[in-house]
Each structure stands twice: as C-alpha cells, then as structure tokens.
Ligand binder design. Structure first.
Ligand code: RP5
Length: 162
C-alpha cells in the first residue's frame, strides 16, 4: 500500500516463493492493510534476516508473515528474534510437495511460537486473513472490511454444483 507505513511484513526465502506469497500480499491489498514484501533467506542471507527481525517492531510492524520452502527455517528463525506474532507459510517444494516445508515450520520448540498455515496458496491467503484478524482487534474499520470480505465469500458460493 503506497503512502502508509507498513504494519505487516511479508518475507520469503526466495524470489521463487513469490508465486505463492503474492496471494498473501494481494489479500492484504484487498483489505487495505499496509504491508511490505521482502526476500530474506535464513540460509543465504542470514545477516539480512537478523537485521530485519531485530528492527521489525521498532519500524512499526505488528505481524510478520514468513513463507519458505524445503528446509524452511525462515519463520522459526524470525520468531526467535522478534516478539511480534509470526505466521509461517509452507511453500510447496518440488521434491517433497511441501511436506518438508510444513514439518520444518510447524514443529517449533515450546517457547518460540510460529502460527503455521496450510501448504501453498491457501496458507498464504489464510496467513493474510489471520494477520488482518489480529490487527482488527484494535482496528474497528479493518474489522468491518473483514466482515464484508467474509460476506462476499459466502455470497460467492453457488448452490448448484454444475
Ligand atoms: C528456500 O528454498 C526458499 O524459501 C525456496 O522455497 C526454496 C528454493 O529456493 P530457490 O532455490 O528457488 O531460490 O530457501
């Protein structure tokens, strides 16, 4: 969102994750939630990850959505370095269809939580909706926009299967 300081940070391990993570960005766009998108790799750019996570709260971010595939350590490492809620999106990998990503993200040790979503597009969309729900606790206008979004979704489900 142009002009407004981002309150959600969407990070991903590689540009190749964008095809999945763009669904999180597009969902936040529709809900008018200011956000930013960055490539931050736990393995290839560890210093960038450290600097991003350390500075996140101070820059005004309120929720981080982190997507990664394979040995998907990005969400957990981000969560280890920021008190902000971190929502993890397992990106579908070629070799193991995202099961590797899911298991890498979901099984965090007690004390460092990551809210893990579904593999792929559904997870990216739901991460954005969950971030919006968290933010809506203290933003009534956003809560109303979420209500409208849900109503439209319900309205869009046909009765007739064919
Ligand atoms: C992970 O490795 C990324 O999150 C991505 O899902 C996966 C493959 O990355 P590329 O080799 O396509 O850059 O770190």
């Amino acid at each position: 969102m142009s002009g407004q300081a981002p309150i959600v940070g969407i990070i991903m391990g590689s540009r190749s994750d964008w095809e999945t993570m763009r669904h999180a960005a597009e969902t936040l766009e529709r809900l008018e939630v200011p956000h930013e998108t960055r490539v931050v790799s736990a393995h290839r750019t560890p210093r960038r990850l450290y600097e991003y996570a350390e500075a996140a709260r101070g820059r005004g971010l309120k929720v981080i959505i982190a997507g990664a595939g394979g040995a998907a350590h990005l969400p957990g490492m981000a969560a280890s370095m920021t008190p902000l809620p971190v929502l993890g999106v397992p990106v579908e990998s070629h070799a193991l269809k995202g099961m590797d990503s899911l298991l890498s993200i979901v099984q965090m040790p007690g004390g460092v939580p990551v809210g893990t979503l579904a593999i792929g597009k559904a997870g990216a969309i739901n991460a954005a909706l969950l971030a919006a729900s968290i933010l809506a606790l203290s933003d009534r206008a956003l809560g109303s926009r979420l209500d409208v979004w849900r109503a439209a979704q319900t309205e869009g489900v046909p009765h007739d299967p064919a």
